[in-house]
Design a protein around this ligand. Structure first.
Ligand code: CS2
Length: 462
């Protein structure tokens, strides 16, 4: 049995493992993060670690899981330390991350989270809570009854923070959504406002609207779920057990609207880009990367593949995905000046092909009802307006429709039950209209033209 990674044992790590280049103990907590999953540990925490290594102070992270205690249980005995291993065909590099200084679980200890959010040192909240964590209905409104019944939504914690900070005369915060939603900052702001309204907290709402900041961001890094074999390999590298290790690709990107209430770390030291308008980057990422990912997931699973690198090498699937990215997604919006979408597509195909980083299609196929809107439907709507069909995207959508017919235990979806019931009622002949036709369950993002409808109907049946 190898020893566990922690402050003390880390001193003996092999020289090849890079370590925090700053005094951890001297850093106060400046960021509270909601959703302490692998993506955060491989992304925002790494940029923050880079900023602190470059000399920034007091931006250490207190991470909160909303529900599950797994990550907290893994990180607490490790003093918040964990490693990030980047893997590619060229080899791998492992680095110790020191940015996370405290961990908690909101469902078990809401008061601890409230105290962190109401601390005078806290200046930022970052969030990775997945698409469904925003409680958006298919029509774009906030599902107030749903989140009120849940009782442990991001909005509960953020509204408590607004109230506590206003009453204590503390500074406003910046709320930085790092989830794959278009206009993620605006969506977050709308949800917090709606919940404060629901609570009847007019003064808090007013203060929040005037002073808090919710910049839009685009985040990107492929972070497959860690396996037992990964953990064993990391233990061999470290000579220590790391129960919170993450495995990822060398690539990472973070594009952020530079709109903060009380400063921010110099995340640019880790390569983050600050821009005035994130939209073209966010749209390219959602429709090209994530759009291709979801297409690979549903088409790939149907053809018996398990991983992204297998599906993208399949000669039946690859042309569909290339067309979806280059001819449909990339032409569905106006890029920023100098944004080279063809080169972006080339780079994405190379990243998807990385055999050193097996990425499960079932992981990507989960929560499809929350994902297909921004990934495919918005692009279909743009093409429909021009009288074009976008057949590759419709092929992918057809595969999703077949996928949700029976639901999948390996790829859960918050709307699974409703979708299975709809299929039972509507059958192959009716499902397209019941979902996307006038008054359809998902008609908000896109209603097909007659031409698109005919193609989709044909794809569902095939
Ligand atoms: C993936 C994303 O699981 C999914 O739906 O498409 O998590 C993807 O790997 C990241 O957005 C990459 O930045």
């Amino acid at each position: 049995m190898t020893d566990r990674l922690n402050e003390r044992s880390a001193a003996a790590l092999p020289g090849g493992v890079a370590r925090p280049a700053y005094d951890r103990a001297g850093q106060r907590i400046g960021i509270v993060h909601l959703g302490l999953g692998a993506f955060h540990r491989a992304h925002q925490a790494v940029y923050t670690d880079d900023a602190m290594a470059a000399g920034d102070r007091d931006w250490a992270i207190a991470g909160a899981s909303l529900r599950s205690a797994g990550v907290c249980d893994a990180l607490a005995p490790q003093d918040g330390l964990y490693t990030v291993t980047e893997r590619s065909a060229e080899g791998e590099a492992t680095r110790l991350i020191g940015a996370v200084r405290a961990v908690t679980v909101a469902a078990q200890n809401p008061d601890r989270l409230a105290a962190l959010l109401a601390s005078a040192d806290t200046r930022l909240v970052t969030l990775t809570v997945t698409e469904k964590g925003y409680w958006r209905r298919p029509d774009g409104t906030t599902d107030l009854p749903g989140l009120v019944a849940d009782g442990n939504s991001i909005y509960h914690h953020l509204a408590t923070a607004v109230t506590a900070r206003r009453r204590a005369g503390l500074s406003p915060l910046s709320l930085v959504s790092c989830d794959n939603l278009p206009d993620n900052g605006r969506v977050l702001r709308a949800g917090v406002t709606a919940f404060l309204d629901h609570l009847g907290h007019a003064q808090d709402r007013d203060w929040f609207e005037r002073t808090w900041r919710c910049p839009n961001t685009m985040v990107d890094r492929i972070v497959p779920a860690v396996t037992e074999a990964d953990r064993a390999r990391v233990a061999a590298t470290l000579g220590l057990t790391d129960a919170a290790a993450v495995i990822t690709e060398p690539y990472r990107q973070w594009v952020i609207e530079d709109d903060f209430a009380e400063g921010r770390p110099r995340w640019q030291m880790g390569g983050a880009q600050f821009v005035s308008d994130v939209a073209p980057y966010e749209t390219a990422k959602l429709r090209m990367l994530n759009g291709a990912h979801s297409a690979l997931a549903y088409l790939g699973l149907e053809r018996g593949h398990d991983f992204v690198h297998q599906a993208v090498a399949d000669p039946v699937i690859r042309p569909v995905v290339e067309t979806l990215m280059r001819q449909e997604a990339a032409t569905s919006f106006t890029p920023a000046p100098g944004q080279a979408l063809d080169a972006y597509a080339d780079a994405l195909l190379r990243r998807f092909a990385n055999p050193a980083l097996p990425h499960r299609l079932a992981q990507i196929a989960s929560d499809g009802s929350q994902k297909v809107g921004p990934r495919w439907l918005a692009s279909l709507a743009a093409h429909g307006r021009r009288g074009e069909t976008a057949p590759a995207t419709l092929t992918a959508l057809g595969a999703w429709l077949r996928f949700i017919r029976t639901g999948s235990a390996a790829s859960p979806d918050p709307m699974a039950e409703a979708l299975v019931a709809l299929w039972q009622e509507a059958g192959t002949a009716g499902i397209v209209d019941r979902l996307f036709g006038h008054d359809g369950l998902m008609a908000h993002d896109w209603q097909p033209t007659a031409g698109q409808r005919a193609v989709l109907q044909d794809r569902v049946a095939s």
